[in-house]
Design a protein around this ligand. Structure first.
Ligand SMILES: [Mg+2]
Length: 212
């Protein structure tokens, strides 16, 4: 088993207590900005965390199927000095409260605070920063996830490349940066394109790609 303890994370359910490593199961990986919450340039204030319509309902549907929902989010704003990791945690508390208000939950949030143009210890190229698959690998170790049966949903080509690098199915959404990035030739690297998270989950269910 590889050691991914260096990967940063918030609000992780005690997964190893309820997952059986001998029988890896699927998970749904979600990018955060532009997929779960409305895109805000370097979001740092909890009051600016606003869920995209239909997101809580879509996540609750995955929850009902007892499939873990894992957030994997690049947060180079930390490296660039726009917010601290404590402020990032406040944002994640806010996000989980908003989801809980509508009966939805995520089981883990993995984030990459690094960037090659960042400050101090945050200045580095990291396998954790998408398109690197480090956050996905860390979650798969922690939650005993079967990568080939899992799916990643993102609004950027970098999300899709991270998912593909980890051997996941991938879906690109038109929300957030997806409004532009789904129009690029590289969007063909995604398994399919959907209008938003709710449409993506609907299509994954209908196709049986993941048993929700
Ligand atoms: Mg995004």
């Amino acid at each position: 088993m590889n050691d991914y303890s260096f990967v940063r994370r918030h609000l992780i359910d005690p997964a190893p207590k309820w997952r059986d490593r001998r029988h890896p199961l699927p998970a749904v990986f979600l990018d955060r900005d532009g997929v779960i919450n409305e895109e805000v340039h370097y979001l740092s204030r909890p009051e600016d965390m606003v869920l995209i319509p239909g997101v809580a309902k879509a996540i609750a549907r995955i929850n009902a199927a007892r499939v873990p929902v894992v957030v994997v989010t690049n947060q180079s704003g930390v490296a660039r000095g726009f917010l601290s990791e404590d402020q990032l945690q406040d944002l994640h508390v806010r996000m989980t409260q908003l989801l809980a208000d509508e009966g939805a939950s995520v089981q883990g949030i993995y984030y990459s605070p690094f960037h090659s143009d960042g400050q101090g210890d945050y200045r580095k190229d990291s396998i954790c920063r998408k398109p690197g698959p480090g956050m996905i690998f860390a979650a798969c170790e922690e939650f005993a996830i079967d990568r080939a049966d899992s799916v990643l949903i993102g609004d950027k080509i970098a999300d899709i490349r991270a998912g593909n690098a980890a051997g996941l199915k991938t879906v690109m959404v038109r929300t957030g940066h997806g409004a532009h990035e789904t129009t690029l030739p590289e969007a063909a690297e995604a398994g399919f394109i959907a209008d938003d998270l709710q449409a993506a989950v609907d299509q994954l269910c209908a196709s049986g790609a993941i048993a929700l």
